[in-house]
Each structure stands twice: as structure tokens, then as C-alpha cells.
Design a protein around this ligand. Structure first.
Ligand code: SAM
Length: 241
């Protein structure tokens, strides 16, 4: 799968791919990462990419011309590229989006800076827009990396053990149960004894209870959804008369 990052600051992104799982995926040719800098596509002598906001307002806005030219170039190179803009003014990215996007062949992430991107760019080129949460970052680069990372681990062979995906939080409405490593007693902090007895069906039941407790405490709105699906499961199935 190919990722193209449209960014003014590729240096702050590159390090993420120099170690661990994503580096291995690049080495195994499962991932291909590229960068395009809108500054290289400017028509003006000083390679200026931003200007004051029309109609007033604080800060600078990214001009349409460099981004139109960058994205035209990108689409000419690959007409199937899926263009994603990062903006706080969008639906929040979820695990379901990560799985869906993992089926694309090429995703381009467009990162805003300053007060953001001229809306006409988004209107003309966005296949999708995503926020990564209800807070403001200085730029879209971190948000692009977050989404790229989460999409990548859903590609086959990127993770060493594909089973990790099956039992993770958000696969159902429940958060994952707590995990423990060795030793079973660390400075008088014990692993739950049921985890040590080797009875896998009892361990599964305990993990379900712990998952439910965690979800209820940390994410009551997810717990509510989980309870609703449980109720629907108990309802008698519709029979034909
Ligand atoms: N003025 C904008 C607003 O209030 O909605 C915020 C602009 S922000 C300082 C600059 C850039 O960071 C945005 O164009 C976007 O690309 C990125 N960004 C900031 N917060 C983000 C978030 N929560 N999710 C995704 N991208 C974000």
C-alpha cells in the first residue's frame, strides 16, 4: 500500500518510519511512503504558501494555488489515489475507518498548518476528511501519522501476529481486558490468580467481566451500546406468519 504525505514539514514525519513495525513493513515492501511539499508547486518567486484570511480573522491560511497544483500532480500520477484531509472540522477517525481504508491502494494525507487550508481546496479534492479528536494541533502531520499507523496495522503481514487484531479494543463495543506479563508476582503486585490456572474458558469469562468493568468506567457511552446489542441478541427472532 502506498501513502503520500502532502506536507510543508516532512522532516518532522520521516522519523516515525525509521524504526519498529512500520520500518519493517517498508523493508518488506508492504508499505511505500512518499512526501510532496506544496512549496515545491508554488507559482510565486518567494515560494509563499499562505496569506492573510479574506474577510479578516487571526493568522494565516494556506493558499489554494500550491495545493491545487500538488494535488493535480498527484492525481495525474495515480487516478485512484484516495485523498484525505486532516482537519478538526470533521468526523472523528475510528477503528472501522482504519479497516475500511486498509483496502485502498494509495492514500494521500493533506496536512494543514497555520489557521488551516483554504476551504476551496478541500471542496475540490477531498475524498474524505478526518479529525483525530476534539483538540487543536499545530498541524495535520501528527494526525496523518496517527491514521497511517492505524491503517497500516490492518494490512496483512504488517503485524507479526495477526491474532492481536482480533481481540483488541473497539473490535466489539468493549475495551480490551487488562493484560499482564511475567513475573506473576512483581513487588507484591500479583497477576489475577484465575489467569494462572490454565483453564481457558474461565480465563475468557473473567476477561469478559473485566472488559465490561473497564468499558463501563472509562467509556460509558460504549457500554450503553454494548448493552443494547446484548438486549437485541436476547429478543425473539422474527418468525414468518
Ligand atoms: N483554525 C482551525 C480550527 O479552529 O478549526 C485549526 C487549524 S490547526 C492550528 C492547523 C492544522 O492542524 C489544521 O488545518 C489541520 O490540518 C491540523 N489539525 C489540528 N487539529 C486537528 C485535529 N484535531 N484533527 C486533525 N487535524 C488537525
Amino acid at each position: 500500500m502506498k501513502f503520500t504525505f502532502v506536507t510543508l514539514f516532512k522532516n518532522i514525519m520521516q522519523g516515525y518510519f525509521t524504526d519498529s513495525i512500520l520500518k519493517r513493513a517498508i523493508d518488506k515492501k508492504l508499505l511505500n511512503v512518499n512526501y510532496l511539499n506544496p512549496r515545491d508547486f508554488t507559482n510565486n518567486k518567494h515560494q509563499k504558501v499562505d496569506d492573510t484570511a479574506v474577510g479578516g480573522g487571526a493568522g494565516m491560511v494556506m493558499n489554494p494555488q500550491p495545493l491545487f497544483s500538488t494535488l493535480d500532480f498527484l492525481k495525474k500520477e495515480d487516478k485512484d489515489v484516495h485523498i484525505v484531509f486532516l482537519t478538526p472540522v470533521a468526523k472523528q477517525f475510528t477503528q472501522n475507518d482504519a479497516k475500511r481504508l486498509a483496502k485502498k491502494s494509495h492514500i494521500a494525507f493533506v496536512s494543514g498548518r497555520y489557521e488551516g487550508i483554504d476551504e476551496r481546496v478541500i471542496e475540490n479534492y477531498a475524498d474524505e476528511v478526518f479529525s483525530i479528536g476534539d483538540y487543536i494541533l499545530t498541524g495535520g502531520e501528527l494526525a496523518s501519522l496517527v491514521i497511517c499507523d492505524s491503517v497500516s496495522r490492518n494490512l496483512s503481514d504488517v503485524l507479526g501476529n495477526a491474532d492481536s487484531l482480533r481481540v483488541e479494543s473497539f473490535e466489539t463495543e468493549l475495551l480490551e481486558a487488562p493484560s499482564f506479563s511475567k513475573p506473576k508476582d512483581f513487588k507484591n503486585n500479583l497477576v489475577p490468580s484465575e489467569y494462572l490456572k490454565g483453564n481457558h474458558s474461565r480465563i475468557r469469562s473473567l476477561k469478559l467481566v473485566l472488559s465490561e468493568c473497564k468499558t463501563k468506567f472509562f467509556r460509558p457511552e460504549l457500554f450503553l451500546k454494548y448493552n443494547c446489542t446484548k438486549v437485541v441478541d436476547f429478543l425473539p427472532k422474527k418468525t414468518k406468519h
